[in-house]
Design a protein around this ligand. Sequence first.
Ligand SMILES: [Zn+2]
Length: 283
Amino acid sequence: MVLVSNKELLEKANQEGYAVGAFNMNNMEIMQAIVEGAVEEDAPVIVAATKGAIKYAGIDYIAKLVHTAASKVDIPMSLHLDHGPDFETVMKCIRAGFTSVMIDGSFLPFEENVALTKKVVEVAHTVGVPVEAELGRLVGVEDEISVTEREAFFTDPKEAQKFVEETNCDFLAVSIGNAHGIYKGEPKLDFDRLKEIDEVVHIPLVLHGASGIPDDDIRRATRLGINKINIDTELRLAFRDAVREVVCKSDVYDPRKILGPARDAMKEVVKTKIRLFGSSKKA
Ligand SMILES: [Zn+2]
């Protein structure tokens, strides 16, 4: 199947009330784990690459790997730029065959975030590529700040409504207590805020930093308008643990015997998440 865009994937998810997993990839084994896991669950899936992944693997390698994988399977898949930092990176990705992009202007003042997002949306839409934007900042879990300080970065529902109207973005990533990386203690999502955002913003919402959020909270979030959930850290941990298991307990030096078990472990993470997000059998 050819790659589809997040527009098709997320509008169906929005109508039917589930979330599509967006899994980050940097190399062939991770990509195969994502695609094989999605095929076994008969689920739609988003393969996500950041600017860092592109720098590491090369944009053509990323694009060719994902297009090759898609051509061999029957599930709907997209190739998405995760946290696009600027206009130039977004354009390079569209040109390389990415079917969905994110522009992350969340670190900018509101009006500047609007201006940057709007510019990206105007150009991306002319070539049929949908755009995810972010409003409200995700604070790193390692940042030592108080709860009140943290809440100052949360997405404001009124601002979100204005932001979506002004930018015409297709999906919105929200900050409701989620964070990138490994959580210290149990994360607390602000569900009242999510509900308020969902009531005024009529596009699919996105949850970043979902690794480590309890399963019940993930299910609740998908009922409140979250239709795309990003998973990166849990894949990394599965990869690290599997590689360590092999390397520390044997003299194996064949890369296939080191990376093969890591691929299997990541595939299990992908399948577990897909079932949790409710997107099994939704291909
Ligand atoms: Zn993110």
